[in-house]
Design a protein around this ligand. Structure first.
Ligand SMILES: NC(=O)c1ccc[n+]([C@@H]2O[C@H](COP(=O)([O-])OP(=O)(O)OC[C@H]3O[C@@H](n4cnc5c(N)ncnc54)[C@H](O)[C@@H]3O)[C@@H](O)[C@H]2O)c1
Length: 265
C-alpha cells in the first residue's frame, strides 16, 4: 500500500455528473485503496458524500467536507478540520478546475468577470489552499502537494482563462517546490491530456455532435492506443507522486496524456 497511514485531502473529490468517473473522485478512491485516510472536500457536498460512500463500500476510510475554493475562510476551515480530526495533513491534492462552465472564451471574446471567475477557481483557490496547509506541513517537517494543471498549459487551447490559469498552476508548483524543499515538503503538478471524463466529454456534446462522435474524435488524437485516458490514469500518477516512492521528485509537471505532448508539428 503506497499511502498506508497517510492523511490526504482531495479538494474537488466529488464528481461532475456524467457517464464516466471524474479525476477527483477516482483519485480519492485510489488514495483510499492505497491505505490513506481521505478527506473528500467539494463545493457539492452531496457529491463528496457519494465518493465517501463508494470508499466505505470498499472498506476504506474517508470523510466528506464542504469547501468552496473561492472562499479563503472555507479553505482555512477545511485544513483546520482535517488537523483537528487526524492531527496532520500528509497530502493536499488540488483537483478543482473549470473552463467553459466558468464562462471561458477566446481572448477576443472573454468577459472580464468570467476571466476573474476562472482564475479564482483554478489558480487563486490552489494558492490559498497551499497558504493554509504549508504551516501544518512545515511543522510536521513533511508533506506532499499535488496540483492538477492541464496539457492545455503547453498546447494549443482556444480558451484564454483556462490556459493561463493552468500555466499559472505549473509556476505555482515550481515555486512551492523550491521554497519548501528545506522543510521536507514536495510539490508536483499533473497535466492530464485528453481524458474520457464527464467534464471533458459531456460539455462538448451538442445537438449536432453525439457523445459517441465526441469520444471518437478525441480518441483518434491520442498516440498511445488511439484512446483517451481515464480518470484512473490521473489517480495512479497522483498516488505514486503522493507516496514515499516519489521521495526525490519535486517541482515536476508530469503529463498524463498517452504521448500527445511528444507529437510536435
Ligand atoms: N477532464 C479532463 O479531460 C481534464 C483534462 C485536463 C485537466 N483536467 C483537470 O482535472 C481537474 C478536474 O477533473 P475532472 O474534469 O474530472 O472534474 P471532476 O469530476 O473531478 O470535478 C471537479 C469537482 O470540483 C468541484 N468544484 C467545482 N468548483 C468548485 C469550487 N469552487 N469549490 C470546491 N469544489 C468545486 C465540482 O463540484 C466537482 O466535484 C480540473 O482541474 C481540470 O482542469 C481535466
Amino acid at each position: 500500500m503506497l499511502l498506508k497511514d497517510k492523511v490526504a485531502i482531495v479538494v474537488g473529490g466529488g464528481q461532475t455528473p456524467g457517464e464516466t468517473i471524474g479525476n477527483g473522485r477516482a483519485t480519492a478512491i485510489e488514495f483510499a485503496r492505497e491505505g490513506a485516510r481521505v478527506r473528500v472536500a467539494d463545493r457539492n457536498v452531496d457529491s463528496a458524500h457519494e465518493t465517501v460512500a463508494m470508499i466505505d463500500a470498499e472498506g476504506g476510510a474517508a470523510t466528506a467536507a464542504a469547501v468552496d475554493v473561492t472562499d479563503e475562510a472555507s479553505l482555512a476551515e477545511m485544513i483546520a478540520a482535517c488537523v483537528s480530526e487526524h492531527g496532520r495533513v500528509d497530502v493536499l491534492h488540488n483537483n478543482v478546475g473549470v473552463s467553459l462552465a466558468g464562462g471561458d472564451a477566446p481572448v477576443e471574446d472573454i468577459a472580464a468577470d468570467a476571466f476573474d471567475r476562472v482564475i479564482a477557481i483554478n489558480l487563486r483557490g490552489m494558492v490559498l489552499a497551499c497558504k493554509h496547509v504549508l504551516p501544518v506541513m512545515r511543522r510536521q517537517g513533511s508533506g506532499v502537494i499535488l496540483n492538477i494543471s492541464s496539457m492545455a498549459a503547453w498546447s494549443a487551447y482556444p480558451f484564454v482563462a483556462y490556459k493561463t490559469s493552468k500555466a499559472g498552476v505549473i509556476a505555482l508548483t515550481e515555486q512551492l517546490a523550491y521554497s519548501n524543499a528545506r522543510y521536507g515538503i514536495r510539490a508536483n503538478a499533473i497535466l492530464p491530456g485528453l481524458m474520457n471524463t464527464p467534464m471533458a466529454i459531456e460539455s462538448r456534446v451538442t445537438a449536432e455532435k453525439s457523445r459517441a462522435q465526441v469520444v471518437a474524435e478525441r480518441d483518434a488524437q491520442v498516440p498511445l492506443g488511439r484512446k483517451m485516458g481515464s480518470a484512473w490514469d490521473v489517480a495512479f500518477a497522483a498516488a505514486f507522486l503522493a507516496s514515499d516512492k516519489a521521495r526525490f521528485i519535486t517541482g515536476v509537471a508530469l503529463p498524463v496524456d498517452g504521448g500527445s505532448s511528444v507529437r510536435r508539428g
